[in-house]
Design a protein around this ligand. Structure first.
Ligand code: ADP
Length: 585
Protein backbone atom coordinates (compact mmCIF):
# COMPACT_ATOMS: atom_id res chain seq x y z
CA UNK A 1 0.00 0.00 0.00
CA UNK A 2 2.81 2.37 0.94
CA UNK A 3 4.60 1.55 -2.35
CA UNK A 4 1.45 2.15 -4.35
CA UNK A 5 0.84 5.46 -2.63
CA UNK A 6 4.42 6.50 -3.34
CA UNK A 7 4.16 5.58 -7.01
CA UNK A 8 0.83 7.36 -7.40
CA UNK A 9 2.22 10.51 -5.80
CA UNK A 10 5.30 10.46 -8.00
CA UNK A 11 3.17 9.86 -11.08
CA UNK A 12 0.91 12.78 -10.21
CA UNK A 13 3.88 15.10 -9.64
CA UNK A 14 5.52 14.05 -12.90
CA UNK A 15 2.31 14.42 -14.86
CA UNK A 16 1.60 17.81 -13.30
CA UNK A 17 5.06 19.13 -14.04
CA UNK A 18 5.04 17.75 -17.59
CA UNK A 19 1.64 19.31 -18.25
CA UNK A 20 2.78 22.65 -16.80
CA UNK A 21 5.92 22.58 -18.87
CA UNK A 22 4.14 21.59 -22.06
CA UNK A 23 1.67 24.44 -21.58
CA UNK A 24 4.33 26.97 -20.58
CA UNK A 25 6.83 26.25 -23.42
CA UNK A 26 4.61 27.30 -26.37
CA UNK A 27 3.33 30.19 -24.30
CA UNK A 28 6.82 31.49 -23.66
CA UNK A 29 7.74 30.83 -27.30
CA UNK A 30 4.68 32.77 -28.50
CA UNK A 31 5.49 35.66 -26.21
CA UNK A 32 9.05 35.78 -27.49
CA UNK A 33 7.89 35.54 -31.11
CA UNK A 34 5.43 38.36 -30.60
CA UNK A 35 8.14 40.45 -29.00
CA UNK A 36 10.58 39.61 -31.80
CA UNK A 37 8.07 40.49 -34.55
CA UNK A 38 7.24 43.74 -32.78
CA UNK A 39 10.94 44.68 -32.54
CA UNK A 40 11.63 43.66 -36.15
CA UNK A 41 8.52 45.52 -37.39
CA UNK A 42 9.62 48.71 -35.58
CA UNK A 43 13.15 48.44 -36.93
CA UNK A 44 11.94 47.80 -40.48
CA UNK A 45 9.49 50.74 -40.23
CA UNK A 46 12.36 53.06 -39.27
CA UNK A 47 14.63 51.74 -41.97
CA UNK A 48 12.00 52.13 -44.69
CA UNK A 49 12.20 55.88 -44.20
CA UNK A 50 15.49 55.66 -46.04
CA UNK A 51 14.62 53.65 -49.09
CA UNK A 52 16.79 55.79 -51.37
CA UNK A 53 19.82 55.30 -49.20
CA UNK A 54 19.16 51.57 -49.14
CA UNK A 55 18.81 51.44 -52.88
CA UNK A 56 21.97 53.47 -53.36
CA UNK A 57 24.24 51.43 -51.04
CA UNK A 58 22.47 48.38 -49.74
CA UNK A 59 25.61 46.75 -48.32
CA UNK A 60 26.71 49.92 -46.57
CA UNK A 61 23.25 50.57 -45.28
CA UNK A 62 22.94 47.06 -43.90
CA UNK A 63 26.26 47.27 -42.10
CA UNK A 64 25.76 50.76 -40.76
CA UNK A 65 22.21 50.16 -39.58
CA UNK A 66 23.20 46.86 -37.96
CA UNK A 67 26.16 48.54 -36.22
CA UNK A 68 23.89 51.33 -35.05
CA UNK A 69 21.35 48.91 -33.68
CA UNK A 70 24.05 46.88 -31.96
CA UNK A 71 25.25 50.01 -30.23
CA UNK A 72 21.74 50.60 -28.87
CA UNK A 73 21.79 47.05 -27.49
CA UNK A 74 19.96 45.24 -30.27
CA UNK A 75 21.89 42.68 -32.19
CA UNK A 76 20.00 42.48 -35.48
CA UNK A 77 20.99 41.09 -38.87
CA UNK A 78 19.89 43.20 -41.84
CA UNK A 79 19.74 41.88 -45.36
CA UNK A 80 18.80 43.68 -48.58
CA UNK A 81 17.63 41.49 -51.45
CA UNK A 82 16.90 42.67 -54.96
CA UNK A 83 13.57 41.77 -56.63
CA UNK A 84 15.29 38.82 -58.36
CA UNK A 85 16.27 37.31 -55.06
CA UNK A 86 19.96 38.19 -54.98
CA UNK A 87 21.42 39.42 -51.71
CA UNK A 88 22.69 42.91 -52.35
CA UNK A 89 23.37 43.91 -48.76
CA UNK A 90 24.15 41.85 -45.67
CA UNK A 91 25.06 43.16 -42.25
CA UNK A 92 26.34 40.04 -40.46
CA UNK A 93 30.03 40.34 -39.60
CA UNK A 94 30.22 36.65 -40.08
CA UNK A 95 29.19 37.29 -43.65
CA UNK A 96 32.82 38.00 -44.43
CA UNK A 97 33.74 34.55 -43.51
CA UNK A 98 30.63 33.14 -45.17
CA UNK A 99 30.67 30.85 -47.99
CA UNK A 100 29.90 33.21 -50.83
CA UNK A 101 27.93 30.47 -52.51
CA UNK A 102 25.30 30.36 -49.78
CA UNK A 103 24.78 34.15 -49.73
CA UNK A 104 24.69 34.16 -53.46
CA UNK A 105 21.84 31.66 -53.40
CA UNK A 106 18.56 33.01 -54.69
CA UNK A 107 16.51 34.14 -51.68
CA UNK A 108 13.13 34.41 -53.41
CA UNK A 109 12.20 30.97 -52.15
CA UNK A 110 12.79 31.94 -48.50
CA UNK A 111 9.36 31.78 -46.80
CA UNK A 112 9.50 35.33 -45.40
CA UNK A 113 10.55 36.76 -48.83
CA UNK A 114 7.95 34.73 -50.63
CA UNK A 115 5.26 35.89 -48.21
CA UNK A 116 6.45 39.52 -48.46
CA UNK A 117 6.26 39.28 -52.24
CA UNK A 118 2.64 38.13 -51.95
CA UNK A 119 1.41 40.25 -49.03
CA UNK A 120 4.04 42.98 -48.68
CA UNK A 121 5.30 41.50 -45.37
CA UNK A 122 6.43 38.06 -44.27
CA UNK A 123 7.87 36.24 -41.24
CA UNK A 124 9.69 32.99 -40.58
CA UNK A 125 11.75 31.20 -37.99
CA UNK A 126 14.41 28.77 -39.07
CA UNK A 127 18.06 27.91 -39.02
CA UNK A 128 19.80 30.17 -41.43
CA UNK A 129 21.12 28.29 -44.43
CA UNK A 130 23.79 30.83 -44.83
CA UNK A 131 24.82 31.34 -41.15
CA UNK A 132 23.80 28.04 -39.55
CA UNK A 133 22.13 29.82 -36.55
CA UNK A 134 18.45 29.95 -35.72
CA UNK A 135 16.85 33.32 -36.62
CA UNK A 136 13.51 35.04 -36.50
CA UNK A 137 13.06 36.75 -39.85
CA UNK A 138 10.77 39.63 -40.87
CA UNK A 139 10.82 40.97 -44.44
CA UNK A 140 9.07 43.83 -46.27
CA UNK A 141 8.87 44.27 -50.00
CA UNK A 142 9.47 47.78 -51.42
CA UNK A 143 7.61 47.36 -54.65
CA UNK A 144 9.95 46.92 -57.63
CA UNK A 145 13.06 48.00 -55.73
CA UNK A 146 14.18 45.56 -53.07
CA UNK A 147 13.27 43.36 -50.15
CA UNK A 148 14.43 44.62 -46.78
CA UNK A 149 14.87 41.82 -44.23
CA UNK A 150 15.73 42.06 -40.56
CA UNK A 151 16.53 39.00 -38.43
CA UNK A 152 16.96 38.50 -34.72
CA UNK A 153 19.00 35.56 -33.48
CA UNK A 154 16.95 33.00 -31.52
CA UNK A 155 19.81 32.36 -29.11
CA UNK A 156 18.01 34.28 -26.31
CA UNK A 157 14.85 32.28 -26.81
CA UNK A 158 16.86 29.03 -26.91
CA UNK A 159 18.63 30.09 -23.73
CA UNK A 160 15.30 30.78 -22.04
CA UNK A 161 13.92 27.46 -23.26
CA UNK A 162 17.02 25.60 -22.07
CA UNK A 163 16.87 27.21 -18.66
CA UNK A 164 13.18 26.35 -18.53
CA UNK A 165 14.02 22.71 -19.27
CA UNK A 166 16.66 22.82 -16.55
CA UNK A 167 14.11 24.35 -14.20
CA UNK A 168 11.70 21.60 -15.08
CA UNK A 169 14.31 18.93 -14.37
CA UNK A 170 15.08 20.53 -11.00
CA UNK A 171 11.34 20.87 -10.36
CA UNK A 172 10.82 17.21 -11.18
CA UNK A 173 13.62 16.18 -8.85
CA UNK A 174 12.42 18.43 -6.06
CA UNK A 175 8.77 17.49 -6.64
CA UNK A 176 9.63 13.80 -6.63
CA UNK A 177 11.58 14.16 -3.40
CA UNK A 178 8.80 16.15 -1.73
CA UNK A 179 6.13 13.85 -3.12
CA UNK A 180 8.10 10.81 -2.00
CA UNK A 181 8.50 12.18 1.50
CA UNK A 182 4.86 13.21 1.59
CA UNK A 183 3.79 9.78 0.34
CA UNK A 184 5.88 8.03 2.99
CA UNK A 185 4.53 10.24 5.79
CA UNK A 186 0.92 10.10 4.66
CA UNK A 187 1.15 6.36 3.92
CA UNK A 188 2.40 5.89 7.44
CA UNK A 189 -0.40 8.08 8.80
CA UNK A 190 -3.02 6.18 6.85
CA UNK A 191 -1.55 2.72 7.12
CA UNK A 192 -0.82 2.80 10.87
CA UNK A 193 -4.48 3.07 11.93
CA UNK A 194 -5.41 0.65 9.16
CA UNK A 195 -2.88 -1.83 10.54
CA UNK A 196 -4.37 -1.29 14.00
CA UNK A 197 -7.84 -1.94 12.54
CA UNK A 198 -6.60 -5.10 10.83
CA UNK A 199 -5.00 -6.30 14.06
CA UNK A 200 -8.15 -5.57 16.09
CA UNK A 201 -10.31 -7.36 13.50
CA UNK A 202 -7.98 -10.37 13.66
CA UNK A 203 -8.16 -10.43 17.48
CA UNK A 204 -11.97 -10.16 17.47
CA UNK A 205 -12.20 -12.96 14.91
CA UNK A 206 -10.13 -15.05 17.34
CA UNK A 207 -12.65 -14.40 20.10
CA UNK A 208 -11.04 -11.46 21.92
CA UNK A 209 -14.15 -9.27 21.97
CA UNK A 210 -12.55 -6.71 24.28
CA UNK A 211 -10.17 -5.63 21.51
CA UNK A 212 -10.68 -2.00 20.35
CA UNK A 213 -8.80 0.44 18.09
CA UNK A 214 -7.25 3.58 19.63
CA UNK A 215 -7.03 6.20 16.87
CA UNK A 216 -6.67 9.78 18.07
CA UNK A 217 -6.89 11.60 14.74
CA UNK A 218 -10.01 13.38 13.70
CA UNK A 219 -10.16 12.14 10.11
CA UNK A 220 -12.02 9.62 7.97
CA UNK A 221 -9.76 6.94 9.44
CA UNK A 222 -10.68 8.20 12.92
CA UNK A 223 -14.37 7.97 11.98
CA UNK A 224 -13.77 4.50 10.59
CA UNK A 225 -12.06 3.48 13.85
CA UNK A 226 -14.96 4.89 15.90
CA UNK A 227 -17.46 3.07 13.68
CA UNK A 228 -15.36 -0.08 14.04
CA UNK A 229 -15.33 0.24 17.84
CA UNK A 230 -19.10 0.79 17.87
CA UNK A 231 -19.51 -2.29 15.69
CA UNK A 232 -17.19 -4.25 18.00
CA UNK A 233 -19.27 -3.06 21.02
CA UNK A 234 -22.47 -4.20 19.33
CA UNK A 235 -20.94 -7.51 18.25
CA UNK A 236 -19.49 -8.11 21.68
CA UNK A 237 -22.84 -7.24 23.34
CA UNK A 238 -24.74 -9.53 20.97
CA UNK A 239 -22.17 -12.29 21.47
CA UNK A 240 -22.32 -12.04 25.26
CA UNK A 241 -26.12 -11.98 25.19
CA UNK A 242 -26.11 -15.03 22.94
CA UNK A 243 -23.53 -16.70 25.17
CA UNK A 244 -25.62 -15.88 28.27
CA UNK A 245 -28.77 -17.31 26.68
CA UNK A 246 -26.83 -20.34 25.50
CA UNK A 247 -25.52 -20.89 29.04
CA UNK A 248 -29.02 -20.43 30.46
CA UNK A 249 -30.44 -22.94 28.02
CA UNK A 250 -27.60 -25.34 28.66
CA UNK A 251 -28.10 -24.85 32.41
CA UNK A 252 -31.79 -25.66 32.04
CA UNK A 253 -31.06 -28.70 29.90
CA UNK A 254 -28.27 -29.86 32.19
CA UNK A 255 -30.52 -29.40 35.23
CA UNK A 256 -33.33 -31.51 33.80
CA UNK A 257 -34.17 -34.76 35.49
CA UNK A 258 -34.59 -36.24 32.01
CA UNK A 259 -31.75 -37.09 29.68
CA UNK A 260 -31.60 -34.86 26.61
CA UNK A 261 -29.48 -35.70 23.59
CA UNK A 262 -29.35 -34.19 20.10
CA UNK A 263 -27.63 -35.63 17.05
CA UNK A 264 -26.88 -34.15 13.62
CA UNK A 265 -27.82 -35.57 10.23
CA UNK A 266 -24.77 -37.85 10.24
CA UNK A 267 -25.67 -39.24 13.68
CA UNK A 268 -22.95 -37.38 15.59
CA UNK A 269 -23.83 -36.07 19.05
CA UNK A 270 -24.52 -32.31 19.03
CA UNK A 271 -25.53 -32.01 22.66
CA UNK A 272 -25.80 -34.38 25.59
CA UNK A 273 -26.67 -33.50 29.16
CA UNK A 274 -25.25 -35.13 32.26
CA UNK A 275 -28.47 -36.97 33.06
CA UNK A 276 -28.46 -38.62 29.61
CA UNK A 277 -24.88 -39.85 30.21
CA UNK A 278 -25.95 -41.16 33.60
CA UNK A 279 -29.08 -42.92 32.30
CA UNK A 280 -27.27 -44.40 29.31
CA UNK A 281 -24.34 -45.37 31.54
CA UNK A 282 -22.08 -43.60 29.03
CA UNK A 283 -19.98 -41.23 31.13
CA UNK A 284 -17.46 -40.72 28.33
CA UNK A 285 -20.03 -39.81 25.67
CA UNK A 286 -19.03 -36.45 24.19
CA UNK A 287 -20.14 -34.14 21.42
CA UNK A 288 -19.10 -35.39 17.95
CA UNK A 289 -19.25 -39.04 19.15
CA UNK A 290 -21.46 -41.61 17.43
CA UNK A 291 -24.11 -43.52 19.39
CA UNK A 292 -22.40 -46.89 19.55
CA UNK A 293 -20.60 -48.96 22.13
CA UNK A 294 -23.39 -50.27 24.36
CA UNK A 295 -26.80 -51.87 24.08
CA UNK A 296 -28.49 -48.75 25.42
CA UNK A 297 -26.74 -46.48 22.90
CA UNK A 298 -27.57 -48.84 20.04
CA UNK A 299 -31.20 -48.94 21.12
CA UNK A 300 -31.31 -45.17 21.33
CA UNK A 301 -29.71 -44.91 17.90
CA UNK A 302 -32.45 -47.19 16.54
CA UNK A 303 -35.21 -44.90 17.87
CA UNK A 304 -33.43 -41.81 16.55
CA UNK A 305 -32.88 -43.46 13.15
CA UNK A 306 -36.56 -44.32 12.95
CA UNK A 307 -37.60 -40.75 13.81
CA UNK A 308 -35.21 -39.33 11.18
CA UNK A 309 -36.33 -41.78 8.55
CA UNK A 310 -40.06 -41.33 9.00
CA UNK A 311 -39.86 -37.65 9.96
CA UNK A 312 -42.15 -38.04 12.95
CA UNK A 313 -41.70 -38.49 16.67
CA UNK A 314 -41.12 -42.00 17.96
CA UNK A 315 -41.74 -43.31 21.47
CA UNK A 316 -39.96 -46.38 22.73
CA UNK A 317 -38.90 -48.13 25.89
CA UNK A 318 -35.64 -49.74 26.86
CA UNK A 319 -34.18 -51.61 29.80
CA UNK A 320 -30.59 -51.26 30.87
CA UNK A 321 -28.01 -52.23 33.44
CA UNK A 322 -27.91 -54.10 36.68
CA UNK A 323 -30.03 -53.39 38.70
CA UNK A 324 -32.40 -53.12 35.80
CA UNK A 325 -33.70 -49.67 34.90
CA UNK A 326 -36.64 -48.96 32.67
CA UNK A 327 -36.43 -45.93 30.43
CA UNK A 328 -38.75 -44.36 27.90
CA UNK A 329 -37.24 -42.74 24.84
CA UNK A 330 -38.93 -39.95 22.94
CA UNK A 331 -37.12 -39.20 19.67
CA UNK A 332 -38.22 -36.39 17.38
CA UNK A 333 -36.63 -35.33 14.08
CA UNK A 334 -35.15 -31.86 13.73
CA UNK A 335 -36.73 -31.12 10.38
CA UNK A 336 -35.63 -28.72 7.71
CA UNK A 337 -38.21 -28.76 4.98
CA UNK A 338 -38.73 -32.37 4.06
CA UNK A 339 -35.27 -33.51 5.08
CA UNK A 340 -34.16 -34.37 8.59
CA UNK A 341 -31.19 -32.38 9.86
CA UNK A 342 -30.85 -34.48 12.96
CA UNK A 343 -32.92 -35.58 15.90
CA UNK A 344 -33.59 -34.82 19.53
CA UNK A 345 -34.08 -37.55 22.10
CA UNK A 346 -35.49 -37.26 25.61
CA UNK A 347 -34.78 -40.21 27.90
CA UNK A 348 -36.85 -40.59 31.03
CA UNK A 349 -36.15 -43.01 33.84
CA UNK A 350 -39.51 -44.55 34.70
CA UNK A 351 -38.11 -47.29 36.96
CA UNK A 352 -39.38 -45.63 40.12
CA UNK A 353 -42.73 -44.79 38.54
CA UNK A 354 -43.14 -48.38 37.41
CA UNK A 355 -42.12 -49.59 40.87
CA UNK A 356 -44.70 -47.31 42.45
CA UNK A 357 -47.34 -48.48 40.01
CA UNK A 358 -46.41 -52.03 40.89
CA UNK A 359 -46.49 -51.20 44.62
CA UNK A 360 -49.87 -49.58 44.25
CA UNK A 361 -51.40 -52.57 42.53
CA UNK A 362 -49.71 -54.87 45.05
CA UNK A 363 -51.04 -52.68 47.83
CA UNK A 364 -54.58 -52.80 46.45
CA UNK A 365 -54.29 -56.57 46.11
CA UNK A 366 -52.89 -56.86 49.65
CA UNK A 367 -55.49 -54.59 51.21
CA UNK A 368 -58.27 -56.43 49.42
CA UNK A 369 -56.86 -59.70 50.62
CA UNK A 370 -56.32 -58.45 54.19
CA UNK A 371 -59.86 -57.08 54.36
CA UNK A 372 -61.37 -60.06 52.67
CA UNK A 373 -60.00 -62.63 55.14
CA UNK A 374 -61.69 -61.24 58.31
CA UNK A 375 -64.80 -60.29 56.35
CA UNK A 376 -65.15 -63.81 54.95
CA UNK A 377 -64.69 -65.14 58.44
CA UNK A 378 -67.33 -62.71 59.85
CA UNK A 379 -69.81 -63.58 57.11
CA UNK A 380 -69.20 -67.30 57.66
CA UNK A 381 -69.91 -67.09 61.40
CA UNK A 382 -72.99 -64.94 60.82
CA UNK A 383 -74.26 -67.59 58.39
CA UNK A 384 -73.58 -70.26 61.01
CA UNK A 385 -75.46 -68.24 63.61
CA UNK A 386 -78.40 -67.78 61.26
CA UNK A 387 -78.50 -71.34 59.97
CA UNK A 388 -79.64 -73.10 63.10
CA UNK A 389 -80.38 -73.04 66.74
CA UNK A 390 -77.10 -72.88 68.62
CA UNK A 391 -76.65 -73.42 72.28
CA UNK A 392 -75.56 -70.47 74.34
CA UNK A 393 -71.98 -71.66 74.65
CA UNK A 394 -71.58 -72.03 70.88
CA UNK A 395 -73.21 -68.67 70.27
CA UNK A 396 -70.87 -67.03 72.76
CA UNK A 397 -67.91 -68.65 71.02
CA UNK A 398 -69.17 -67.36 67.64
CA UNK A 399 -69.65 -63.88 69.10
CA UNK A 400 -66.07 -64.02 70.39
CA UNK A 401 -64.77 -64.97 66.96
CA UNK A 402 -66.82 -62.19 65.36
CA UNK A 403 -65.41 -59.78 67.92
CA UNK A 404 -61.84 -60.86 67.19
CA UNK A 405 -62.33 -60.53 63.43
CA UNK A 406 -63.99 -57.13 63.81
CA UNK A 407 -61.10 -56.08 66.05
CA UNK A 408 -58.66 -57.32 63.43
CA UNK A 409 -60.48 -55.25 60.79
CA UNK A 410 -60.44 -52.26 63.06
CA UNK A 411 -56.76 -52.72 63.76
CA UNK A 412 -56.00 -53.10 60.06
CA UNK A 413 -57.91 -49.98 59.08
CA UNK A 414 -56.28 -48.05 61.92
CA UNK A 415 -52.80 -49.10 60.78
CA UNK A 416 -53.61 -48.20 57.16
CA UNK A 417 -54.83 -44.77 58.20
CA UNK A 418 -51.72 -44.15 60.31
CA UNK A 419 -49.48 -45.28 57.47
CA UNK A 420 -51.25 -43.10 54.94
CA UNK A 421 -50.98 -40.08 57.28
CA UNK A 422 -47.24 -40.58 57.83
CA UNK A 423 -46.59 -41.24 54.16
CA UNK A 424 -48.28 -38.02 53.14
CA UNK A 425 -46.63 -35.91 55.83
CA UNK A 426 -43.34 -34.27 54.73
CA UNK A 427 -42.59 -33.25 58.30
CA UNK A 428 -44.31 -33.39 61.65
CA UNK A 429 -45.83 -29.95 62.23
CA UNK A 430 -46.74 -30.87 65.82
CA UNK A 431 -43.17 -31.97 66.70
CA UNK A 432 -41.96 -30.84 70.12
CA UNK A 433 -38.88 -31.84 72.13
CA UNK A 434 -39.62 -35.25 73.65
CA UNK A 435 -37.55 -36.97 76.26
CA UNK A 436 -36.71 -40.40 74.91
CA UNK A 437 -36.30 -42.05 78.30
CA UNK A 438 -39.77 -40.96 79.37
CA UNK A 439 -41.35 -42.10 76.10
CA UNK A 440 -39.64 -45.50 76.35
CA UNK A 441 -40.78 -45.90 79.99
CA UNK A 442 -44.37 -45.08 78.99
CA UNK A 443 -44.22 -47.57 76.11
CA UNK A 444 -42.85 -50.33 78.32
CA UNK A 445 -45.59 -49.72 80.91
CA UNK A 446 -48.21 -49.90 78.17
CA UNK A 447 -46.82 -53.18 76.85
CA UNK A 448 -46.05 -54.85 80.16
CA UNK A 449 -49.51 -56.53 80.60
CA UNK A 450 -49.18 -58.09 77.13
CA UNK A 451 -45.69 -59.32 77.96
CA UNK A 452 -46.74 -60.65 81.33
CA UNK A 453 -49.40 -62.81 79.67
CA UNK A 454 -46.56 -64.74 78.08
CA UNK A 455 -44.20 -64.45 81.02
CA UNK A 456 -41.88 -62.26 79.04
CA UNK A 457 -39.61 -59.89 80.90
CA UNK A 458 -38.98 -56.41 79.55
CA UNK A 459 -35.80 -54.66 80.65
CA UNK A 460 -35.24 -51.01 79.97
CA UNK A 461 -31.75 -49.67 80.39
CA UNK A 462 -31.77 -45.96 79.62
CA UNK A 463 -28.71 -44.49 81.28
CA UNK A 464 -28.95 -41.11 79.64
CA UNK A 465 -31.71 -38.89 80.97
CA UNK A 466 -31.14 -35.89 78.81
CA UNK A 467 -31.74 -37.27 75.30
CA UNK A 468 -34.35 -35.20 73.54
CA UNK A 469 -35.68 -35.56 70.04
CA UNK A 470 -38.05 -33.39 68.06
CA UNK A 471 -41.14 -35.51 67.62
CA UNK A 472 -44.64 -36.01 68.89
CA UNK A 473 -45.04 -38.15 71.98
CA UNK A 474 -47.84 -40.31 70.54
CA UNK A 475 -45.84 -41.09 67.39
CA UNK A 476 -42.73 -41.99 69.36
CA UNK A 477 -44.81 -44.32 71.51
CA UNK A 478 -46.36 -45.84 68.40
CA UNK A 479 -42.87 -46.40 66.91
CA UNK A 480 -41.38 -48.09 69.99
CA UNK A 481 -44.74 -49.76 70.79
CA UNK A 482 -44.73 -51.55 67.40
CA UNK A 483 -41.18 -52.81 67.99
CA UNK A 484 -41.88 -53.96 71.55
CA UNK A 485 -45.19 -55.55 70.50
CA UNK A 486 -43.37 -57.53 67.77
CA UNK A 487 -40.68 -58.51 70.28
CA UNK A 488 -43.47 -59.91 72.49
CA UNK A 489 -45.48 -61.48 69.65
CA UNK A 490 -42.52 -63.25 68.06
CA UNK A 491 -40.81 -64.19 71.32
CA UNK A 492 -40.67 -67.54 73.03
CA UNK A 493 -42.58 -68.11 76.26
CA UNK A 494 -40.65 -66.77 79.21
CA UNK A 495 -38.41 -64.93 76.85
CA UNK A 496 -36.74 -61.62 77.42
CA UNK A 497 -36.82 -58.23 75.82
CA UNK A 498 -34.13 -55.70 76.47
CA UNK A 499 -34.37 -52.06 75.47
CA UNK A 500 -31.32 -49.81 75.58
CA UNK A 501 -30.98 -46.10 75.01
CA UNK A 502 -27.62 -44.44 74.40
CA UNK A 503 -26.14 -41.44 72.73
CA UNK A 504 -23.83 -41.61 69.75
CA UNK A 505 -22.55 -38.12 68.87
CA UNK A 506 -25.66 -36.17 67.80
CA UNK A 507 -27.86 -39.26 67.57
CA UNK A 508 -29.97 -41.17 70.04
CA UNK A 509 -29.73 -44.94 69.54
CA UNK A 510 -32.59 -47.15 70.78
CA UNK A 511 -32.12 -50.89 70.50
CA UNK A 512 -34.97 -53.35 71.07
CA UNK A 513 -33.69 -56.92 71.22
CA UNK A 514 -35.52 -60.09 72.01
CA UNK A 515 -34.84 -63.72 72.55
CA UNK A 516 -37.55 -64.75 70.08
CA UNK A 517 -37.84 -66.88 66.99
CA UNK A 518 -35.58 -64.66 64.89
CA UNK A 519 -35.84 -63.91 61.19
CA UNK A 520 -34.13 -65.86 58.41
CA UNK A 521 -31.61 -63.62 56.55
CA UNK A 522 -33.42 -63.83 53.18
CA UNK A 523 -36.39 -61.92 54.69
CA UNK A 524 -34.41 -59.08 56.23
CA UNK A 525 -34.28 -56.99 53.05
CA UNK A 526 -38.07 -56.82 52.60
CA UNK A 527 -39.08 -56.83 56.27
CA UNK A 528 -40.13 -53.17 56.31
CA UNK A 529 -42.39 -53.43 53.22
CA UNK A 530 -46.12 -53.10 53.69
CA UNK A 531 -47.91 -56.38 54.40
CA UNK A 532 -44.65 -58.31 54.34
CA UNK A 533 -44.67 -61.16 56.78
CA UNK A 534 -42.16 -63.90 57.44
CA UNK A 535 -44.72 -66.40 58.60
CA UNK A 536 -48.10 -65.20 57.33
CA UNK A 537 -50.26 -67.69 59.17
CA UNK A 538 -48.52 -67.10 62.51
CA UNK A 539 -48.78 -63.35 62.05
CA UNK A 540 -52.50 -63.57 61.27
CA UNK A 541 -53.05 -65.95 64.12
CA UNK A 542 -51.61 -63.51 66.58
CA UNK A 543 -53.46 -60.55 65.04
CA UNK A 544 -50.68 -59.02 62.96
CA UNK A 545 -51.55 -56.73 60.09
CA UNK A 546 -48.15 -56.79 58.37
CA UNK A 547 -48.03 -53.00 58.62
CA UNK A 548 -46.25 -52.57 61.98
CA UNK A 549 -42.67 -52.40 60.71
CA UNK A 550 -43.72 -50.34 57.69
CA UNK A 551 -45.17 -47.78 60.11
CA UNK A 552 -41.88 -47.87 62.09
CA UNK A 553 -39.85 -47.23 58.95
CA UNK A 554 -42.03 -44.29 57.84
CA UNK A 555 -42.06 -42.73 61.32
CA UNK A 556 -38.26 -42.95 61.58
CA UNK A 557 -38.02 -41.40 58.11
CA UNK A 558 -40.37 -38.56 59.15
CA UNK A 559 -37.88 -37.61 61.91
CA UNK A 560 -34.81 -38.00 59.65
CA UNK A 561 -33.62 -41.14 61.41
CA UNK A 562 -33.15 -44.73 60.30
CA UNK A 563 -33.91 -48.24 61.44
CA UNK A 564 -32.00 -51.49 60.95
CA UNK A 565 -32.39 -55.09 61.96
CA UNK A 566 -30.09 -57.93 62.90
CA UNK A 567 -31.34 -61.36 63.62
CA UNK A 568 -30.23 -64.92 64.27
CA UNK A 569 -33.03 -67.42 63.52
CA UNK A 570 -33.96 -69.31 66.66
CA UNK A 571 -32.02 -66.94 68.92
CA UNK A 572 -33.66 -63.58 68.56
CA UNK A 573 -33.78 -60.27 66.74
CA UNK A 574 -32.58 -56.76 67.46
CA UNK A 575 -34.07 -53.62 65.93
CA UNK A 576 -31.96 -50.45 66.15
CA UNK A 577 -33.53 -47.03 65.74
CA UNK A 578 -31.34 -43.92 65.28
CA UNK A 579 -32.93 -40.51 65.72
CA UNK A 580 -31.19 -37.12 65.50
CA UNK A 581 -31.07 -35.33 68.84
CA UNK A 582 -32.79 -31.98 69.20
CA UNK A 583 -29.90 -29.55 68.48
CA UNK A 584 -31.25 -26.97 70.94
CA UNK A 585 -31.05 -29.20 73.99
P1 ADP B 1 -47.08 -57.93 61.78
O1 ADP B 1 -48.31 -57.15 62.03
O2 ADP B 1 -47.31 -59.15 60.97
O3 ADP B 1 -46.28 -58.14 62.99
P2 ADP B 1 -44.95 -56.24 61.09
O4 ADP B 1 -44.76 -55.32 59.95
O5 ADP B 1 -44.87 -55.67 62.44
O6 ADP B 1 -46.26 -57.03 60.81
O7 ADP B 1 -43.85 -57.35 60.95
C1 ADP B 1 -43.62 -57.92 59.73
C2 ADP B 1 -43.08 -59.32 59.91
O8 ADP B 1 -41.77 -59.30 60.47
C3 ADP B 1 -43.86 -60.09 60.87
O9 ADP B 1 -44.93 -60.75 60.24
C4 ADP B 1 -42.85 -61.07 61.41
O10 ADP B 1 -42.82 -62.20 60.59
C5 ADP B 1 -41.57 -60.37 61.31
N1 ADP B 1 -41.09 -59.78 62.62
C6 ADP B 1 -41.28 -58.53 63.07
N2 ADP B 1 -40.71 -58.34 64.26
C7 ADP B 1 -40.13 -59.53 64.60
C8 ADP B 1 -39.38 -59.99 65.74
N3 ADP B 1 -39.10 -59.21 66.76
N4 ADP B 1 -38.98 -61.28 65.73
C9 ADP B 1 -39.23 -62.07 64.69
N5 ADP B 1 -39.94 -61.71 63.59
C10 ADP B 1 -40.38 -60.47 63.56
Amino acid sequence: MRKRLLLVNLGVVLLGLAAAFLLAMPLVQNLYEEEFSRRLDTALAFMLNETDRIAADPQGFAREESALLEKSGQKMRITVIDPEGRVIGESGSQADKEDAGLIAKNHLSRPEIYEAKLHGRGYDIRVSDSLGDSYYYAAVYVEGRFYLRAALPMTELNRVMNSMQLCMLCGVLLGCTVAGLFAVVSARRISRPLLKLTEATRRISQGDFASRVQVSEDSEIGDLAKAFNRMADATSGAFHELHRKHRQLEGVLQGLDDGVLAVDGAGRVLFVNGRARELLDAGSLREEDFLTGSLALNKLQESIGEAKEHLHAVRGEMKTGVPERIMTVYAAPLNKGRASEGALAVITDVTEMRRLQQLRSEFVANVTHELKTPLTSIRGFIELLKSGDRDKETRLYFYDVLDIEAERLHHLIDDMLVLSQIENAREDASAVPCNLKKELQATVERMRPLAQKQNIVIELSAGEDGLWVLSSSSRLQQLFGNLVENAIKYNKPEGKISITLRRQRQTAVVRVSDTGIGIPPEHLGRLFERFYRVDTSRSREIGGTGLGLSIVKHLVGLYNGDVSVESVPGEGSAFTVRLPLNPEE
